[in-house]
Design a binder for this molecule. Sequence first.
Ligand code: ADP
Ligand code: MG
Length: 247
Amino acid sequence: MAIIKIDGLKKSFGQNEVLKNITFSVEKNEVVAVIGPSGSGKSTMLRSLVHLEEINGGSIKIGGAYLAENGKYPKAKEIQKITAKTGMVFQHFNLFPHFSVRENLEMAPKLVKKMAKADLHRMSDDYLLKVGLSDKADAMPGSLSGGQKQRVAIARALMMRPEVLLFDEPTSALDPELTGEVLNVMKDLAKDDMTMIVVTHEMGFAKEVADRVVFMDGGEIVEQGTPAQIFDNPQHPRTQAFLSKNY
Ligand code: ADP
Ligand code: MG
């Protein structure tokens, strides 16, 4: 079953056509890595899936419901219902700096799902354990390393029990020695059958963890396939050129 179905997606900023007719879908339990040069539209595509950008044409279906149909959006309440099925992890963590780690985790489910305090606590304890940060519940984000911040961001996204998790270059802002701890958490999620779209420059991670690799360039999907197909036997000259520089 496709959890995400994108069909003929178009997005422009003014005259700049950033996404040109993007079509692809993500199956339940699938891990899809999106690679491609800077400016190719990877972030814009992810942001469109969580309604941080509005598209100009085409359709996005999430969990069987249209977030956008032929470029048109439903009412705000319906949009909220659909985007609640997704969680997003950003390059720069986007934690709330004035709230503790636990408050960062519990804020959205408390507001949106009106969960009881004891249930919220139990859940945040579980997810902090999962990302290896049980001892940081009361810490403030500013006291954490980048790798710890990103693991908090992942736990926070999980608190909403999304059907699909989107990652936009989750390790690009980290010192190299901290990327491993974040990638390991993501590998665990993949093993737990989490459905994920991961925009990444970590080719090793894409090769090892992804079921499918999508190569984007100039606002288009140029080529997609299994990691073996894309990394060992790329067909398109643009894919070949990109990989010869980055892999
Ligand atoms: P990537 O994530 O692959 O580096 P982006 O999706 O960030 O690519 O950007 C694709 C193109 O869209 C770039 O040319 C970028 O300058 C442009 N762009 C992205 N966001 C905006 C915005 N908010 N306003 C205007 N142009 C934007
Ligand atoms: Mg980007």
